[in-house]
Design a binder for this molecule. Structure first.
Ligand code: NAD
Length: 480
């Protein structure tokens, strides 16, 4: 079997590693070189995987929670043991700096560890009847085989955040990873098998074109849930498609996070956390601060410090341990970043630092001041290392601007005033609020958005409920 950094290049279907007779190239976004020719799945492979997922569900759902927990625990340990290899793989296939990629592997593994524990905590309810001879119960059961579609920006964590709760609940899952970064998902499936998991309980179908595979699996009535992380545009399409078979659906979609800095904020801390929230993964995360609103009295100081911090970030080869900003994943993402900066500067924004290409798809960490509401980057997700700063005069204006978007994933606010922190948090139409915290994500917390940012929650006990149906039992008994 061909492998790269321990990852097979074939599809994980049924009990085997499968060739389709076709391949597609995965390239390093840094060097442009072909890393691997990966098996390209289509309709035939999707049908095979659906049959295998349905067959495996029959056995997996009957295992005890303790048995499932033990396999998940072993999977967690193997992921942790291979963290360097997985981090290198991510750095190679999608350009995440290797030091940051190691952090993602630990974050990804933490979902597996958590759901190894949560498997044992799925419990039902008993509730009273109005009749003396009836007993009423609600039990929870796995929804069935699941189809998962994941993005390239977190090639490990977006797989485990879905697969771990699904497998813990007793579901089986077919993952279709993004075409830019399929190798990490395949490597995770290989570790699942090594951990003793039934191979067909977690299958991975790499493909160059997501549409044919998705069509087969979405139209298959036996697949009872779709879970998707990616852009709002694609999420809306899938929302329509799943309606024909009335599947359960979770959507983790785009964000456009506002970051509010009030006049009483600790400025050094706020700058440090904007850097963490904005520039990690070169700005390619759904919870990245996308619009920074600073109280007008502290704006100049803030911009100066943020500019210095951004300019000090090390940009370059993602395999270099010192590098903090790697390449953008492809020319499309790079093109949008350039277009957003060009548009903002043409409309009067001041370039504080950055604003230039550094070769290939490397883009300099950028800070823009004097940003106006009519600029593209204030209404669209940039998905790059660009921090636009705009000023506000009071709390009401800040909240109004922050909420003036169709997105509602993450928002951040900086203040030392407790009442304001609570008041503003309650007024922001977002699923996740970081109060003096630029990196709020945690496996045990509910992650997800409102409005066009999605449906459902991943993480914590909320995450496993997405893979469970509630069944009501009314039991008539003989009165003694
Ligand atoms: P994308 O929507 O283009 O692709 C995501 C996945 O969907 C990929 O696997 C892709 O192959 C697949 N896909 C694309 N078109 C499809 C179709 N017609 N049918 C079925 N599948 C299809 O998004 P992307 O560019 O890979 O990822 C970036 C987006 O993901 C950003 O908008 C980001 O905010 C979002 N995201 C959200 C979260 C979250 O948890 N809310 C996390 C990470 C990324």
């Amino acid at each position: 079997m061909k492998t790269i950094e321990g990852a097979p290049t074939q599809a994980a279907i049924g009990d085997g590693w499968v060739d389709s007779g076709r391949t597609f190239d995965v390239r390093s976004p840094f060097s442009g070189k072909v890393l691997a020719s990966v098996v390209d799945c289509g309709e035939k492979e999707a049908r095979l995987a659906a049959d295998a997922a349905v067959a495996a569900f029959g056995g997996w759902k009957r295992t005890t929670a303790y048995e499932r927990s033990a396999v998940l625990r072993k999977w967690f340990e193997l992921i942790m043991a291979r963290q360097d290899q997985l981090a290198r793989l991510m750095a190679l296939e999608m350009g995440k700096p290797v030091a940051e990629a190691r952090g993602e592997v630990r974050y990804a593994a933490a979902f597996v560890e958590l759901y190894a524990e949560e498997a044992k905590r799925v419990s039902g309810e008993t509730f009273p009847s109005q009749f003396a001879n009836k007993r009423l119960f609600a039990i929870k059961q796995p929804v069935g085989p699941v189809y998962a579609v994941t993005p390239w920006n977190f090639p490990a964590a977006m797989v485990t955040r879905k697969a771990a709760p699904a497998l813990a609940a007793g579901c089986t899952m077919i993952v279709k990873p993004a075409e830019q970064s399929p190798l990490t998902a395949i490597a995770l499936a290989a570790l699942w098998r090594e951990a003793g998991g039934p191979p067909a309980a977690l299958q991975v179908l790499p493909c160059a074109d997501p549409v044919p595979v998705s069509r087969i699996l979405i139209d298959d009535d036996r697949i009872r849930k779709v879970t998707f992380t990616g852009s709002t545009e694609v999420g809306i399409k899938l929302y329509g498609q799943v309606s024909h078979t009335v599947k359960r659906l979770s959507l983790e979609l785009g964000g456009h996070a506002p970051f509010l800095v009030f006049e009483d904020a600790d400025l050094d801390l706020a700058v440090r956390e904007v850097v963490a929230a904005k520039y990690r993964n070169a700005g390619q995360t759904c919870v990245c601060a996308n619009r920074i609103y600073v109280h007008h009295r502290i704006a100049d100081q803030f911009v100066e410090r943020l500019g210095a911090a951004a300019a000090a970030l090390v940009v370059g080869d993602p395999l270099d341990e010192q590098v903090q900003i790697g390449p953008l994943v492809d020319r499309d993402v790079f093109g949008k970043v350039e277009a957003h900066v060009t548009d903002a500067v043409a409309k009067g924004a001041r370039l504080v630092t950055g604003g230039k290409a550094l070769g290939g798809t490397l883009y300099a960490p950028t800070v823009l001041a004097g940003v106006g509401s009519g600029m593209r980057l204030m209404s669209e997700e940039t998905f790059g290392p660009v921090a636009p700063v705009r000023t506000f005069r009071d709390e009401a204006e800040a909240i109004g601007e922050a909420n003036a978007t169709q997105f509602g994933l993450a928002a951040y606010l900086w203040t030392n005033d407790l009442s304001r922190a609570v008041r503003v948090s309650e007024s922001l139409d977002y699923g996740i609020i970081g109060v003096n915290d630029g990196v709020p994500s945690a496996p045990q917390a509910p992650f997800g958005g409102v409005k066009h940012s999605g449906l459902g929650r991943e993480g914590g006990h909320w995450g496993i409920d997405e893979y469970l149906d509630v069944k009501y039992l009314s039991v008539r008994i003989q009165s003694s």
